[in-house]
Design a protein around this ligand. Sequence first.
Ligand code: NAD
Length: 114
Amino acid sequence: MTALDLSSPVAVVGTGTMGQGIAQVALVAGHPVRLYDAVPGRAREAAEAIGARLDRLVQKGRLAGAERDAARARLTPADDLAELADCALVAEAVLERLDVKQRLFGELEEIVAE
Ligand SMILES: NC(=O)c1ccc[n+]([C@@H]2O[C@H](COP(=O)([O-])OP(=O)(O)OC[C@H]3O[C@@H](n4cnc5c(N)ncnc54)[C@H](O)[C@@H]3O)[C@@H](O)[C@H]2O)c1
């Protein structure tokens, strides 16, 4: 397995506790990150919550303000799964239900598989 180029967009599907954490790690590492959640508006709320967490890291001196600004600019909420088509990696973080995860992977295969 080769390392993912930093220019490669990473998608996170499901923007609860896990999804936000994964998105923040990918963002701070330098990737463009796209967030999608089945509940309308939740990806946008998650982007705001991640932004607020980055603000706290800046306040604590653990992240430079310029890095926070660049990370925020790389973070995009998506309204539709189709917007993840060009992502090089999709992290699934939806609720713990096999039927929901299986359906999602079926939909993702149609969108991101080459
Ligand atoms: N929270 C943890 O500490 C933790 C630790 C290890 C593993 N996990 C696993 O990670 C996954 C997510 O857990 P969580 O705690 O973040 O859950 P959560 O309830 O905080 O978030 C789940 C999110 O997924 C969204 N969602 C549900 N169905 C969806 C779909 N079809 N498409 C897109 N979004 C959908 C929900 O709207 C919600 O925002 C679960 O499988 C859980 O078992 C969680």
